[in-house]
Design a protein around this ligand. Structure first.
Ligand code: TRP
Length: 375
């Protein structure tokens, strides 16, 4: 069978993503069991994202752990370009960062490049990005980051701090490099061409502020790797370490287990602000099922958890208990568990999660100030 061609840029993911192929094309390393064991030595347990290889690839994680073991602590860096509401797929790297922050007791730098999507999208005004900036910050805070160790960098607000550093990066990147890396053409606007140098800055800004080199770890969706493929070459030239990176797979859209949940496709995504009823309707109506067309057939032949979106959401996110997950898997495969029943399990899990998230999101409204970096 042919896999549909897939295409990945930091702004668009199309088709059925072949992660093995990506590992080769991007030149990243697979997250093997031996490195997971190394992480476990420090964290005592492994997050489900690691046990189940939702984070599946990395760059220089061995080096980062070497440094950590020598007493050279790292900081975390990831980000979000405000451009729409947050869906549950966005949360994967952020939840993972929060876990790493707790386990390794490290600082977290979170970038909100509020100019990025203004530059890259046709119909997004600066006013829109500021509205989403506010909303998106609430979602990040709601995940429970430590306010004393978490610093938000907002590109337009912290331009005084960031622009100079971005220029140092930009001076070392040619137009032909970004053209080849991002697929830019002669009609790409010049703000977009410069942008990647802004995304590089938080990977070394803490080193500048502290006056010493600090290792950096960036958990991200693999589509963002391109930015750091470019800037990792530049950073040693500026006297900094190359950041280490960990890559997660995309949470699939409701409508099928390939590709990436999209913030602009209202029916294929679950948003953090969805009501219980909306979640129920979306899962029941749109979650792609690996079950059989009739109950009789399902009982006889069983379902296919590998392509079943509800099962995959439980595996990738909502059922942390390995034994329970295995039972759901086996019962679905044998036909004992019906699609409707599987969906009910997921609906309850998501709604429990969102209830808590939305409560914390409300509380976050009073706390934004504590997270925005003060220079
Ligand atoms: N470009 C990312 C986005 O489109 C935002 C971002 C900024 C980011 N810095 C990052 C993502 C570092 C991952 C890691 O949302």
């Amino acid at each position: 069978m042919f896999k549909k061609e897939f295409k990945i840029t930091p702004w668009n993911v199309e088709g059925e993503v072949d992660y093995e192929k990506l590992i080769k094309e991007f030149g990243v390393s697979k997250l093997e069991d031996n490195i997971l064991e190394r992480i476990k030595k420090h964290t005592k347990e492994l997050h489900l994202f690691l046990r189940r290889k939702i984070f599946f690839a990395h760059r220089d994680l061995d080096w980062l752990l070497d440094e950590y073991e020598k007493g050279n602590k790292f900081f975390l860096y990831t980000g979000r370009a405000p451009s729409g509401d947050i869906h549950i797929g966005h949360l994967l790297p952020w939840i993972f960062c929060k876990w790493l922050q707790d386990k390794f007791d490290v600082d977290m730098w979170f970038q909100f490049p509020d100019e990025e999507k203004f530059l890259f999208k046709k119909n997004l005004s600066f006013e829109d990005t500021q509205k989403y900036l506010y909303e998106n910050m609430l979602d990040v805070i709601a995940l429970g980051f430590d306010e004393k160790k978490t610093h938000f960098l907002i590109d337009t607000k912290h331009a005084n701090l960031m622009y100079k550093e971005a220029c140092k990066v930009a001076k070392k990147i040619t137009f032909s490099t970004v053209k080849a890396s991002f697929g830019f053409t002669d009609s790409t606007n010049i703000g977009s061409i410069f942008y990647t140098s802004m995304q590089a800055v938080p990977a070394f800004l803490p080193s500048i502020l502290k006056g010493k080199n600090i290792p950096c770890l960036i958990p991200l969706g693999i589509d963002q790797d391109t930015h750091f493929r470019v800037s990792r070459d530049v950073m040693p030239k500026l006297g900094f370490y190359k950041p280490a990176i960990m890559h997660n797979v995309f949470l699939p859209p409701l409508t099928g287990v390939s590709g990436k949940m999209s913030a602009s496709d209202k029916i294929s995504s679950i948003y953090t602000t969805d009501t219980p009823k909306q979640v129920e309707t979306k899962i029941k109506k749109y979650a792609f099922s690996g079950g059989q067309p009739t109950i009789e057939e399902h009982r006889k032949k069983g379902g296919n958890p590998d392509v079943d979106v509800s099962y995959q959401y439980l595996r990738m996110f909502f059922e942390p208990d390995d034994k329970k997950l295995q039972k759901i898997h086996d019962d679905y495969k044998s036909g004992k568990l019906l699609t409707g029943e599987l969906k009910e399990i997921l609906i309850k899990k998501i709604n429990d999660f969102l209830k808590e998230h939305q409560r914390k999101r409300e509380l976050a409204k009073k706390r934004i100030d504590k997270f925005v970096f003060k220079n």
